[in-house]
Unconditional design. Structure first.
Length: 317
């Protein structure tokens, strides 16, 4: 099983069940494989510390996307599909690249597909990766938590607020913000619309991650926390999959690791890793038949962007 490690650029406390968004220190990119091996069954999920009890429900701290109209949200979803398809075409071309430099250029483009133009590589063969800041990624100011926390870290607004400037991730999180209004009954939605919205959100979350920005008690202070505790009773298969933190996060990690790997002149190895990136992008688009019933359904661990778009079209969302 390939483990893609990423560092946490935020000051937030992170649950032990999560990996963060950004690819970690130098690591080898993965090579495409026929199938992802199942994780070895481990002990049950570790109980969160006392100051991090399971949330009874989502305690949302960002209003990102909640004011989108239906046409605006639908346009963003279509764009997510389009730019991901373009990234896949770029990645597939890199599988036949003439040089290591061409593979790295493709990985850089894929990186920007995930998090927009603010993401990318610096100078050099194994350069560091730049990404939007945590306020941009989660669309918060810092003033959403304890006053003492806000005083220390200030409450400046995100520098980027347009989801289109935040790649597929930004678009996805904005769409999820709007859909959350339907699934939570604000405004009042029909049972059919609510059910369809739940399916769409499930497929979208598989792509962008089920995580969201919440809060946790640190001493006597409420601080930001990247949360998944509302999913604590999900089946073990969920935690052993990569859907919890999102398939786009895998793509980002693979592209980052290609950029950080010193291949020398070994273009054949770089091409293999481009093939691995293509495999991950295909999962983002097409999803996974996790229950092996012959159909990719719009539900947890299965649906990808195509499933989300299908549900949105059928339900008129």
């Amino acid at each position: 099983m390939v483990i893609l490690r990423t560092p946490n650029l935020c000051t937030v406390a992170v649950l032990t069940v999560l990996v963060a968004l950004i690819a970690g220190g130098p690591a080898s990119a993965q090579t495409a494989q026929p199938a992802r091996p199942a994780a070895t069954p481990a002990t049950p999920p570790i109980a969160p510390p006392k100051d991090s009890a399971k949330e009874p429900g989502q305690n949302l701290k960002s209003a990102f996307g909640t004011t989108l109209t239906k046409p605006e949200a639908r346009a963003l979803l279509g764009e997510m599909l389009q730019i991901t398809e373009q990234a896949l075409a770029t990645s597939r071309a890199a599988e036949q690249a003439a040089s290591v430099s061409d593979v790295k250029s493709a990985a850089d483009k894929v990186l920007q597909t995930v998090w927009g133009a603010a993401a990318g590589r610096g100078d050099g063969n194994t350069s560091e990766i730049t990404v939007p800041g945590w306020k941009e990624r989660w669309q918060v100011t810092g003033g959403e938590w304890s006053p003492s926390y806000a005083r220390r870290l200030k409450t400046e607004a995100p520098k980027i607020t347009d989801p289109r400037q935040l790649g597929a991730m930004g678009r996805g999180r904005a769409i999820r913000g709007r859909l959350g209004q339907i699934t939570r009954g604000t405004p009042r939605a029909s049972a059919a619309d609510s059910a369809a919205a739940e399916q769409l959100v499930a497929s979208l979350n598989n792509v962008i991650g089920w995580t969201y920005i919440s809060e946790g008690l640190k001493g006597n202070e409420m601080q930001p926390r990247i949360s998944l505790t509302y999913m604590w009773d999900a089946p073990a298969e969920f935690w052993q999959s990569s859907a919890d933190t999102g398939w786009l996060d895998e793509v980002f990690a693979q592209a980052s690791n290609i950029l950080k790997t010193d291949y020398g002149t070994d273009v054949a190895e770089a091409r293999k890793h481009a093939a691995g990136m293509s495999e991950l992008l295909q999962k983002v688009l097409n999803g996974v038949d996790a229950d092996k019933n012959g159909t990719v359904e719009p539900k947890m661990m299965e649906g990808g962007l195509n499933a989300a778009l299908r549900v949105a079209g059928e339900a008129g969302l």
